[in-house]
Design a binder for this molecule. Structure first.
Ligand code: SF4
Ligand code: SF4
Length: 132
């Protein structure tokens, strides 16, 4: 699908919210792809990290908020270290997760977790990251 980057898009609530929560200038990204090339979990992602920020710039909220990528990001900071524009993509991913969780949509069903079979720290970090 062809999308246009317009003034209205840049001023949309979604774009403003992502920039506000993440503290990142989404427009600084010029799509060099170095973040995607260095991401250790990119093979499991449905949208590349560089595509996440592009879609965020374009205000494609449904597409990014429904992607697996934002949940798979391990906040390892490799992308930030490689980004020539200093974009902290891990913070953008975190902002996107928060926006979704604030809609009261959890990523995991707590009742389906068998806490007895997992280390306590894994259960706690799971709940922190995947539930609102
Ligand atoms: S490395 Fe930085 S500038 Fe390049 S695509 Fe990723 S976020 Fe954008
Ligand atoms: S912070 Fe997330 S998107 Fe960036 S390299 Fe690490 S796992 Fe990939």
């Amino acid at each position: 699908m062809r999308r246009r980057l317009s003034r209205d898009t840049l001023r949309s609530d979604f774009v403003r919210k992502v920039a506000e929560i993440s503290g990142q200038n989404l427009l600084a990204c010029y799509q060099c792809g170095k973040c995607s090339a260095g991401c250790p979990v990119v093979s499991e992602m449905d949208i590349l990290p560089s595509q996440v920020i592009r879609l965020a710039q374009l205000g494609s909220d449904e597409e990014v908020l429904n992607s697996r990528t934002i949940w798979l990001c391990a906040s390892c900071m490799t992308c930030m270290a490689r980004c020539p524009k200093g974009v902290d993509l891990a913070k953008v991913m975190e902002a996107l997760r928060l926006i979704r969780l604030r809609k009261n949509i959890d990523h995991v069903d707590i009742s389906s977790i068998d806490a007895g079979k997992l280390p306590q720290i894994a259960v706690v970090s799971n709940l922190r990251k995947f539930t609102g």
